[in-house]
Design a protein around this ligand. Structure first.
Ligand code: SME
Length: 154
């Protein structure tokens, strides 16, 4: 495991890995992964997975409030930015980022991690927090490792 990942994340990664290798359907694996991630950190207020369909990110499932942004074109919002740039985007203060598309008024910070196979974006993990500047380097490392696991089943 990556030494910069947060303590306890080894168990989480092992649990997600076992879920993804198991007999469940792809959709159920995606739902369980979101649930496991959501339960893993108190600062994960909204956790979801989007899948890329053509040029549009389509929300597959989430834990958290319903969002008006279930379909996001590449290039729009923080989600669309991460897909276009093919890299993780961390926004410590969504109130100061004009690219941010609001899901909930209580959201203060966000991290979006692309799920990639080689140079192809397959989808994204999106996590919002009601805490400002909630996402550490450890969170990034953890979510990027989970994205790597998810890429194997998409
Ligand atoms: N904030 C995202 C939109 C998705 S909702 O947060 C769930 C964005 O700016 O792309």
């Amino acid at each position: 495991m990556n030494p910069r990942a947060p303590s306890g994340s080894g168990d989480l990664l092992a649990g997600i890995g076992a879920t993804l290798e198991g007999p469940l359907s792809r959709d159920e694996k995606l739902r369980r992964t979101v649930r496991l991630l959501s339960e893993s950190g108190k600062h994960f207020t909204w956790t979801g997975i989007y899948l890329l369909e053509g040029e549009t990110l389509v929300l597959h499932n989430q834990v958290g409030s319903p969002t008006p942004h279930e379909r996001i074109p590449i290039g729009r919002g923080i989600c669309g930015l991460a897909a276009r740039e093919k890299q993780t985007v961390v926004v410590p203060d969504v109130g100061h980022d004009p690219r941010y598309l609001a899901c909930s008024l209580s959201t203060r910070s966000e991290i979006v991690v692309p799920i990639m196979r080689d140079a192809t974006v397959l989808g994204e993990i999106d996590v919002d927090s009601d805490r400002p500047d909630a996402f550490s380097e450890g969170d990034r490392v953890l979510l990027e490792e989970v994205a790597g696991l998810l890429a194997r089943i998409l």
